[in-house]
Design a protein around this ligand. Structure first.
Ligand code: SF4
Length: 324
């Protein structure tokens, strides 16, 4: 195949990028750039308040991932207004926005409270839908039925924190739910036609690199529309920080070069129909105790991964086998 043929190859997701990219996915729906605007609506988490567990997941410090304009004391509409201003300064071309209920567990309240918060967001001009981050054990049929109804008029996605496909890991990081809980939540959500997302972390203690890679096959079989991946970072003030200091040999954190090669192998095995939103995470340096990957921004990381895919002439799903 000539270089020109390779450059002009259209992949199963309908464009020339070598992975099923989130930004292109929304462009295909809305015909323009869509921007997520984060919201902290003041939820808490059942893994912190005792209804599922205490102390939370060992790696979690929500402050490390909350944008500065997100403060739970501010009303939802004010956070959206400030979020839109914040993003407009960076990317002037966004025309539609998705309200991203991000901090803690955003279905962990009565349906009446959820309706008020979600509908306040949806009534803001330019907001085309909701992305709702939550735990797999924090959803029920009543809430799903309401979200299904909303999904007739808006883009609605529930993004579940799953983190690992292995129960031994979920126990170790004190998630307070099993992988089977996650599969059940995804299946019930997808069955109603609501978009499903999931979040996974690579590098969690107790998992081998081979086990991490094998998750590509497990994740590929889940009813998922979108997915986010992060490398493990050790965040200040977490239980994991103490664990890391006490037993550093228990952890095998990814350096950038190793992660790049690992992630390419992972992508090659991932179902091409799953839209990939993130390859890595980046907590602000003041929260980090583990080593940073230089000063690479998210967009630079995406470029480096795409460049490596091109060098190897490979792409998402090249080694995926549909065994369904
Ligand atoms: S990661 Fe999510 S589920 Fe775990 S403690 Fe933090 S907010 Fe709760």
């Amino acid at each position: 195949m000539s270089i020109a043929d390779k450059e002009n190859r259209i992949y199963p997701w309908g464009h020339k990028r070598r992975f099923n990219a989130y930004s292109n996915y929304f462009r295909s729906i809305y015909g323009a750039r869509v921007q997520k605007v984060s919201i902290d609506a003041g939820f808490t988490c059942p893994n912190r308040d005792g209804s599922r567990g205490y102390g939370g997941c060992t790696y979690c410090n929500n402050d490390a991932f909350n944008p500065s304009y997100c403060l739970s004391e501010k009303p939802v509409s004010r956070q959206i207004e400030e979020g839109i201003e914040f993003h407009k300064r960076r990317y002037s071309e966004a025309v539609s926005y998705l309200a991203y209920f991000q901090a803690f567990s955003n279905t962990y309240a009565s349906l009446d409270i959820l309706k008020k918060l979600y509908e306040e967001a949806l009534s803001y001009p330019g907001v085309a839908g909701l992305i709702i981050g939550t735990r797999p054990d924090c959803i029920d049929d009543e809430k799903l039925a309401y979200l299904r109804k909303l999904s007739e008029r808006y883009y609605i996605a529930i993004e579940y924190g799953i983190e690992s496909c292995y129960n031994k890991t979920l126990i170790r990081i004190n998630r307070g739910h099993t992988f089977e809980d996650a599969v059940s939540a995804l299946e019930r959500t997808a069955k109603l036609g609501i978009n499903t997302g999931a979040h996974f972390i690579f590098g969690l203690p107790g998992e081998t690199r081979g086990e991490m890679l094998d998750q590509a096959y497990i994740i590929s079989r889940l009813p998922l529309k979108t997915v986010k991946f992060h490398q493990l970072q050790i965040i200040r003030g977490t239980a994991m920080e103490k664990e890391f200091k006490d037993n550093p040999s228990d952890f095998e954190l990814f350096g950038w070069e190793e992660y790049l090669e690992f992630f390419i192998k992972f992508l090659e095995r991932l179902n091409p129909s799953i839209v990939v939103e993130r390859f890595t995470g980046e907590a602000p340096p003041r929260f980090l105790t583990s080593e940073r990957w230089g000063k690479k921004r998210t967009d630079q990381i995406v470029n480096l991964i795409e460049k490596r895919l091109e060098e190897l002439d490979t792409w998402q799903g090249r080694l995926y086998e549909d065994k369904s």
